[in-house]
Design a protein around this ligand. Structure first.
Ligand SMILES: [Zn+2]
Ligand SMILES: [Zn+2]
Length: 238
């Protein structure tokens, strides 16, 4: 199976032949048909966040289920699916309380250190499946909780964008900016309120100002941060 591998920070992507394991437990093997190049992938490839190298990035993808682990119940072979970097166990108090983005057992969706890695080189050395997805590849192996079944009529390139860029944008508008339906989000057409300033470009937006958060970023910069969903996250081994 071919994959785009990052072997050194800042060294770019090299296409290599890798070995991908068979699905265990609730894992699902997906034939990747489309994957987005998110800016977070570039950040992880160019900045050392501590991810063990070599690694495979790629976290917004769409494809077809090729095989399922013995405990997977959410999808079957042939289903069209969208994958996401967001990991939620579905069973911890945060997940059951309606806040899966604060899941306290996200590592449950990855392989344990005493299990074989999902990805290896031909010599058996491990390759990190960053963010639990590693979709810059012909196939990826992910926990079924990171997949959503989608209609077959949905084209793969458009479906892939649902995995990160769409939810990041929607999350920024609804959860960070808390914009309500109706207000304009673009620049107002009034003059700048500053005394003696005749600029129109400096006019404030009509939408409410973004709520201050931990990240202190505007809604528009959310997609530029690692993790994309406003929750900074270190990529971890699979
Ligand atoms: Zn992303
Ligand atoms: Zn959870």
């Amino acid at each position: 199976m071919r994959a785009a591998v990052v072997s050194s920070i800042g060294g770019g992507f090299d296409v290599e032949e890798l070995v991908i394991d068979v699905p265990r437990g609730r894992e699902v093997l997906v034939d990747v048909r489309a994957v987005g190049l998110c800016h977070s992938d570039l950040s992880f490839a160019e900045t050392d966040f501590g991810t063990p190298l070599p690694m495979v990035l790629g976290h917004e993808f769409a494809g077809v289920v090729a095989a399922t682990g013995p405990e997977a119940t959410g999808v079957v072979v042939g289903d069209h699916v969208v994958g996401s970097l967001v990991r939620a166990c579905g069973a911890c108090p945060e997940c059951e309380g309606g806040a899966p983005y604060r899941c306290t057992r996200r590592s449950d969706l990855l392989r344990r250190p005493d299990e074989p890695p999902r990805l290896t080189r031909a010599d058996g050395s491990p390759v990190t499946a960053a963010l639990g997805t590693a979709a810059f590849a012909e196939q990826c192996l992910v926990h079924e909780n990171q997949l959503v079944r989608v209609p077959r009529e949905l084209p793969f390139p458009q479906a892939a964008l649902l995995g990160c860029s769409t939810v990041t944008g929607v999350g920024a508008v609804l959860n960070t900016a808390r914009a309500a339906a109706g207000p304009r989000a673009g620049p107002a057409r009034s003059r700048c309120p500053a005394a003696r300033c005749r600029s129109r470009a400096a006019a404030r937006p009509a939408a409410p100002p973004p709520r201050r958060t931990r990240n202190r970023g505007s809604a528009g910069t959310a997609s530029n941060r690692p993790g994309c969903t406003g929750v900074p996250e270190r990529p971890v081994a699979s």
